[in-house]
Design a protein around this ligand. Structure first.
Ligand code: SAM
Length: 253
C-alpha cells in the first residue's frame, strides 16, 4: 500500500507509467473501451452487491438528499448508478449532477436517465479540474472512481473547493479485506478469477487486471483518512462494508 509523503499522496499510475497526464490519458482510454459492457460486468462480477453499496451510501445521506434545495455532485459517475440512487431519495427540487471525463460512460448514463425518467444532469468533467464554482454542493460523492485519479491530493482539494461549508464528502472504494480466510478467498477471486472473467466478457484483459493492481496500490483507509484531514475535512471517518471489500470514507468541510 502507498506511503504518505510530506506533499500528500500521488494518484494512480498504470503499469510502467510515471507521468501524471499520461496516467490520466490511459485511465480515460481504458474506461472508454469498457464502457459498453461496464454495467453488465459490474453487476455480474459483484453478484449485484454493488447496487446494495450504492443504495447504502444514498441512505446514509438521506437527510441531505431529502432537502428540496439540495445540490449533489457524483464525481466519476460512470453510467450514473450512484446519481440514480440519490435521485430516488431526493424530492423534485433537489439538483443531482453526475460528472465523468469519459464521454462513452456519459452517453450510457444519459440513455438510462431518459429510459427511466430520472432527472439527473450529466456533465463531462475531469475530477481534478471541476467546472463548478467554489461552495456549490451540499454533498460530493465518488464511487469506485477516486482510486483512478492521477493525483489524490488534488482530487480531495477540488472536492473541498466545490463543497459548501458544512457540506459532506463520501468516497466509496474497494479495499483489501483484512480477515485471514475471507481475505485469502477474496484475493484469489479478485486477482485470479475476476481478471479472466472480466477480460473474457469485456474483451479487455488489461482493464480487469488493472482493477486488482490499483486496489492493492491504493492507500490504506487509515492513510486516506489522514489525507482527508490534510485537505481540510473534519469529522473524518471510514467504515468497512461486506467484510472489508469496500470502504466508505466520509467527512465534512
Ligand atoms: C470504476 S468506474 C465507477 C463508475 C461509477 N461511479 C460506478 O459506481 O459504477 C470509474 C469511473 O471514474 C472515471 N474517472 C476516472 N478518473 C477520472 C477523472 N480524473 N475525472 C473524471 N472521471 C474520472 C472513469 O471514467 C470511470 O467512469
Amino acid at each position: 500500500m502507498t506511503q504518505a509523503s510530506d506533499r500528500g499522496l500521488p494518484g494512480t499510475r498504470p503499469e510502467g507509467v510515471t507521468d501524471e497526464r499520461e496516467a490520466a490519458a490511459q485511465v480515460r482510454e481504458m474506461f472508454g473501451r469498457i464502457a459498453p459492457r461496464y454495467d453488465l460486468l459490474n453487476h455480474l462480477l459483484s453478484l449485484d452487491v454493488d447496487k446494495m453499496w450504492r443504495r447504502r451510501v444514498a441512505k446514509r445521506f438521506s437527510v441531505i438528499l431529502r432537502d428540496p434545495q439540495a445540490r449533489v455532485l457524483d464525481l466519476c459517475c460512470g453510467t450514473g448508478d450512484l446519481a440514480f440512487a440519490f435521485r430516488k431519495q431526493a424530492p423534485r427540487g433537489a439538483q443531482i449532477t453526475g460528472s465523468d471525463f469519459v464521454p462513452q460512460m456519459l452517453v450510457r448514463a444519459r440513455a438510462k436517465a431518459a429510459a427511466s425518467g430520472a432527472t439527473v444532469d450529466f456533465v463531462e468533467a475531469d475530477a481534478l479540474a471541476l467546472p463548478f464554482d467554489d461552495a456549490s454542493f451540499d454533498l460530493v460523492s465518488c464511487a469506485f472512481g477516486f482510486r483512478n485519479l492521477a493525483n489524490y491530493e488534488r482530487g480531495l482539494r477540488e472536492i473541498h473547493r466545490v463543497l459548501k461549508p458544512g457540506g459532506s464528502i463520501a468516497i466509496l472504494e474497494f479495499a483489501e479485506p483484512p480477515g485471514k480466510i475471507f481475505g485469502a478467498l477474496y484475493r484469489f477471486y479478485f486477482r485470479d478469477v475476476l481478471p479472466r472473467l472480466g477480460g473474457w466478457i469485456s474483451g479487455n484483459t488489461s482493464a480487469y487486471s488493472y482493477l486488482p493492481r490499483s486496489v492493492s496500490k491504493f492507500p490504506s483507509p487509515e492513510l486516506l483518512q489522514q489525507e482527508f484531514q490534510r485537505a481540510g475535512f473534519f469529522g473524518v471517518q471510514f467504515q468497512r462494508w461486506t467484510g472489508g471489500i469496500v470502504t466508505v470514507h466520509t467527512g465534512r468541510k
